[in-house]
Design a protein around this ligand. Structure first.
Ligand SMILES: Cc1ncc(COP(=O)(O)O)c(C=O)c1O
Length: 385
């Protein structure tokens, strides 16, 4: 019998039945009070999640990358200089995106898996001021959560706009748009919120609006001013036909998320992350990347000596239907990644670890059966807090 695959990859994440039902229900027509309420509910919840009182939240029908592109289009003009500290695949995406729009990208390059050093960024900005710093909170390719609060501070001190990719982190790790002084933060529906792919959300504050007024990069579909004009209608709308079904699912996903509240969701992510990490360590595997204690979104695990990480990911999928993520860029074949953000339960993690144990054993790696599962259960048995 064909069964759905078990997704343990860093997005899209498994979708809860409540969300599937909501997005499978009749369409709410996208002009009128029904959709207006939907927009109000979703943006209201997202504001709470971003921890902002004054920022605007714009909802766009696209994957996360579209939201990132909208930031580059709306904030900048060709020739503007921006700073992108490079420490992984998604930081590099910022660079490529900015260059595609004619921006001049200045960088400091870090080895993948490194946490970016705010003092080094501060020194680089002092030497050469830029218009903005483009950051990635959860560097999904390495699992590292970057120190956004500190980086935003040094960027602000240097007079630069702070633009953050929170696609794979919003809802999984702490984030505070207002308190941290962030100007633009871009998230996506298919990650920690466990809705379907298809909606990008962009939070933006006054300094970003001011930049948008003067920016001359070409834009049409993602023109923030157009989104704002429609969002400000008595019944808020999208300028273009939105992914209505995904939006209906996203509202249900946010309702689920907020049933227990943000703090409980963050604590769950921390616990599941620790369970995966302790499980892998119990199998004698090495973890990749700095700041493991804080890296609650995805865990990059080194393949053991003599085994190719892509083979492990392919085999666990073929034998058990478990989808892990392969290594990207220089980590290809060296690490495989387990995503643990989203609507995962303890048992989801246990079955993933059990499948990993059996897969490694089948590939000839010596495994103490049940060791990873037992280690994860140990984490779950700890008193909360
Ligand atoms: C940190 C980060 N940024 C951006 C993206 C791109 O998002 P999308 O595939 O939704 O365009 C991803 C997707 O994995 C991501 O993890």
């Amino acid at each position: 019998m064909d069964r759905p695959e078990i997704i343990l990859a860093p997005g899209p994440t498994p979708i809860p039945p409540e969300v599937l039902l909501a997005q499978g229900s009749p369409l709410v027509y996208h002009r009128g009070p029904g959709f207006g309420n939907l927009m109000r509910d979703v943006t209201g919840r997202l504001k709470q999640l971003y921890r902002t009182s004054d920022a605007d939240i714009l909802l766009m029908t696209s994957s996360g990358t579209g939201g990132l592109e909208s930031a580059v289009q709306n904030c900048f003009s060709p020739g503007d200089e921006v700073f992108v500290p490079l420490a992984g695949f998604f930081a590099d995406r910022w660079k490529r995106l900015a260059e595609a729009y004619g921006l001049v990208v200045r960088t400091v390059e870090y080895e993948w898996g490194t946490r970016i050093r705010p003092d080094e960024v501060a020194a680089a900005l002092a030497e050469h001021p830029v218009k903005a710093v483009l950051l990635t909170q959860s560097e999904t390719s390495t699992g590292v959560i970057q120190p956004i609060q500190e980086l935003a501070q040094v960027a602000r001190d240097a007079g630069a706009l702070v633009v953050v990719d929170v696609v794979s982190s919003l809802g999984a790790v702490p984030f505070a748009f207002d308190d941290w002084g962030v100007d633009v933060a871009v998230g996506g529906s298919q990650k920690a919120l466990s809705a379907s792919p298809g909606i990008a959300f962009v939070a933006l504050g006054d300094r970003a609006w001011a930049a948008a007024e003067h920016a001359t990069n070409p834009r049409f579909y993602f023109d923030w001013a157009t989104y704002k004009r429609f969002a400000d209608l008595p019944d808020p709308e999208n300028p273009w036909t939105p992914a209505i079904s995904v939006m209906q699912g996203l509202r249900a996903a946010l309702e689920l998320y907020f049933q227990d509240g943000v703090d409980v969701a963050l604590a769950r992510h921390r616990m599941l992350s620790r369970a995966v990490k302790d499980g892998a360590l119990a199998l004698g595997l090495d973890l990749f990347g700095e700041g493991l204690e804080e890296n609650w979104t995805v865990t990059a695990i080194r393949a053991p000596e003599g085994l190719d990480a892509d083979t492990i990911a392919a085999r666990i999928r073929a034998d058990f239907g478990v989808v892990l993520a392969p290594g990207q860029g220089p980590l290809k074949g060296k690490v495989f990644r387990i995503g643990h953000f989203g609507y995962f339960s303890q048992l989801d993690i246990l079955r993933g670890l059990a499948a990993l144990e059996m897969t490694l054993e089948r590939l000839g790696y010596p495994v103490k059966r049940g060791a990873a599962v037992a280690a994860a259960e140990g984490v779950f048995a700890e008193p909360e807090g």
